[in-house]
Design a protein around this ligand. Structure first.
Ligand code: ATP
Ligand code: MG
Length: 241
């Protein structure tokens, strides 16, 4: 018997009101693997990430976690099954300090007594956050805010991390840092679903690639089999972003 993937989307369509953003999207994230979703702006990558964490509900199709149908489940129910979502953009509480942001997440997950250990792990992962623990999150640099977003979910030791555009707007050196951290997280057994516009970052870490174009899957398969056509389409696009 083969083990069910941690996450599977089966023929998922979804949208916002009357607008349809995804059309029959299917792919799976097997345990311990890294899958990258790439594609141009507006292709539906963020919408896929939202479907995976329960933020957007499919209009048809199914979402499976460990082979169990969780279609329609709320975000906290999906999170409880070990799926964590680091959303796009600056998803921190701007008027709270770094430590207050972290405390909010960890108290919910570990209770009052486990919060101190959670903070220690966050500062170990990202020493910069430790140095800036009293600073208001809204005044952190873009890269530091991405670190804070990541720390809030990584310390929970998810079984699957859905990370949306972690490198967006970051200096190359910070991006390398973030990807090194993702590499360590993966080595520790966490599966990754990474939304990434930069093909080279995606290919460096992913076993499998899903290419989305206008809400449809154009290619899904091992990163090394990504066809020349898809690769040249994506790298041509990359020069324009
Ligand atoms: N909250 C929303 N309400 C209405 N339409 C939305 C919403 N979010 C996304 N869309 C639309 O859905 C489509 C897919 O958007 P999505 O954010 O998933 O694309 P993306 O591939 O992540 O793009 P990007 O690379 O720019 O982040 C776009 O046409 C977008 O305008
Ligand atoms: Mg997006």
């Amino acid at each position: 018997m083969t083990t069910a993937p941690i996450l599977e989307l089966v023929d998922v369509s979804a949208g916002y009101g009357a607008f349809r953003a995804l059309f029959g999207v299917s792919f799976a994230v097997p345990a311990g693997t890294a899958v990258a979703i790439v594609g141009p702006n507006g292709a539906g990558k963020t919408t896929v990430a939202r479907v995976c964490s329960g933020l957007v509900q499919p209009t048809s199709g199914r979402v499976l976690v460990d082979g169990d149908d969780v279609t329609g489940a709320a975000t906290h129910q999906v999170a409880r099954r070990g799926v964590a979502h680091a959303p796009e953009g600056r998803s921190v509480f701007a008027t709270l300090s770094v430590e207050e942001n972290l405390t909010l997440s960890f108290r919910q997950a570990f209770g009052r007594t486990g919060t101190g250990d959670g903070l220690a792990r966050a500062y170990e992962l990202f020493p910069r956050l430790g140095e800036r623990r009293r600073q208001l999150a809204g005044s952190l640099s873009g890269g530091e805010q991405r670190m804070l977003t990541l720390a809030r979910v990584l310390v929970l030791e998810p079984r699957l991390l859905v990370a949306d555009e972690l490198s967006l707007g970051l200096a190359p050196i910070v991006t390398e840092d973030v990807y090194r951290t993702l590499g360590r997280v993966r080595a520790a057994g966490t599966a990754l679903l990474i939304v990434e516009q930069h093909l080279d970052h995606a290919l460096a870490i992913a076993d499998e690639v899903v290419v989305l174009d206008r809400g449809e899957v154009g290619f899904v398969g091992p990163a090394h089999e990504l066809g020349d056509r898809a690769a040249s389409f994506l790298s041509a696009h990359e020069e324009t972003v």
